[in-house]
Design a protein around this ligand. Structure first.
Ligand code: ATP
Ligand code: MG
Length: 374
């Protein structure tokens, strides 16, 4: 899959942009605060219907403009899809091939995008909610139907929490919600467990290629109802059936505590995940550089996993990677990237930071204007 072209009107500081891209590397260089990350955010917004730095739609619209418009041509094998998106202060209107697309779930997944931003290097130290959302997005990228279960779970969670907070909670209503939650919760746990199992060898491989052959980097699933961490890809995983039993068991005993605390306690909405380095929690033992390399390795493993499991080649957005690694690892990172057939959008403050092969287009970014230079 690749993005052939992109048209932007009034998106952040990008007033009017019209670009055609290489199927390989597209490098955007320029000084700070010129619009490089804004360009990546425009692509990300087309893919996910929201920005990566803004909670509110209005933050994405150029100051003083009424609405922003994005349009792109996506090539997927031999099929061409035209995506469009209009954002005003309150509403987003997605279009596919010129037709309005009423349900987000029919739109999401058409443009598969993997994003790395400098903030991701703090991934291991981030609050669990951010990691959980990142995992959900990874699972969704591979299996778009996951979103249906996730949204349903969150909807029932909200309804159940409201009952728990009421003065006299309706116990029979809680029974109904629990009966609905249990099968969906099991499917979420299974999808996360399976996903981490699938991505494990890719994380190990990418981390070893870029960082250190002698270190084993593997994902760890912290299921909310299991006392022990589940190291996936290690060959000694706790079986999924045991994890599901623990969830069912916890749900069957949770009522009294939930009523006392007036909140929903047990279930995958409290899951977390992390990385182990040679079997030890990377959060506690890995160096800063190792943690940076891990966060990059996770993104690149996600790309490899999508390719291996679903023959999908997403678009990779790599924001400001230049400052993250030492020179040797930086070189290996580009050696790795150069082997891929993935369309990659890179931003940098300096062209010297980027070592891409000949299938590349360079763009200079200056005060919201973007020029193709070679
Ligand atoms: P850096 O190298 O520092 O990361 P950058 O080129 O990635 O810089 P961007 O994050 O793309 O910079 O931001 C470019 C400019 O866009 C900033 O000056 C920012 O204030 C401005 N900007 C952000 N949101 C809007 C908006 N809604 N309307 C107009 N300008 C905006
Ligand atoms: Mg930036």
């Amino acid at each position: 899959m690749h993005l052939a072209s992109l048209d932007i009107l009034h998106f952040r500081n990008l007033s009017q942009i019209s670009l055609e891209f290489s199927e390989g590397f597209n490098v955007f260089y320029g000084a700070n605060a010129q619009g490089k990350s804004n360009l990546l955010e425009a692509i990300y917004t087309l893919a996910f219907l929201k920005g990566f730095r803004a909670d509110r739609l209005c933050d994405l619209i150029e100051f003083d403009a009424q609405k922003a418009q994005l349009a792109a041509v996506v090539q997927n094998n031999h099929a061409t899809v035209r995506l469009g998106l209009e954002l005003d202060q309150k509403l987003r209107r997605p279009f596919v091939d010129g037709m309005p697309c009423a349900r987000a779930r029919d739109y999401l997944g058409i443009l598969r995008t993997i994003l790395f931003v400098p903030m991701d290097v703090a991934f291991l130290q981030a609050p669990p909610q951010l990691r959980r959302t990142a995992l959900d997005r990874m699972v969704f990228n591979l299996r778009p139907a996951y979103l249906i279960d996730l949204e349903q779970y969150q909807k029932i969670q909200k309804q159940k929490s409201a009952v728990l907070r009421s003065e006299t909670p309706d116990l029979s209503l809680l029974d109904v919600y629990d009966a609905q939650l249990l099968p969906i919760g099991c499917r979420l746990i299974e999808a996360r467990y399976d996903y981490l199992r699938l991505i494990a060898p890719h994380i190990r491989h990418v981390f070893a290629s870029i960082f250190d052959q002698s270190l084993e980097c593997l994902p760890v699933y912290h299921n909310a109802n299991m006392r022990d961490d589940i190291q996936l890809g290690s060959g000694h995983e706790i079986p999924l059936a045991q994890v599901l039993d623990a969830y069912r068991n916890a749900m069957s005993k949770a009522r009294e505590r939930e009523l006392a605390r007036q909140q929903m306690i047990e279930g995958p909405h409290r899951d977390d995940w992390s990385i182990a380095l040679n079997g030890r929690p990377a959060k506690l033992y890995a160096s800063q550089g190792q943690q940076r390399a891990m966060s990059l390795a996770i993104k690149m493993a996600e790309i490899a996993c999508l390719k291996a499991e679903a023959d999908i080649e997403p678009v990779f957005l790599l924001d400001d990677v230049s400052s993250e690694l030492d020179p040797v690892r930086h070189k290996r990172l580009f050696e790795y990237l150069n082997q891929l057939t993935t369309q990659t959008f890179l931003t940098t403050t300096s062209r010297e930071h980027v070592h891409v092969d000949s299938v590349a287009r360079m763009f200079s970014v200056d005060n919201g204007s973007i020029q193709h230079v070679c």
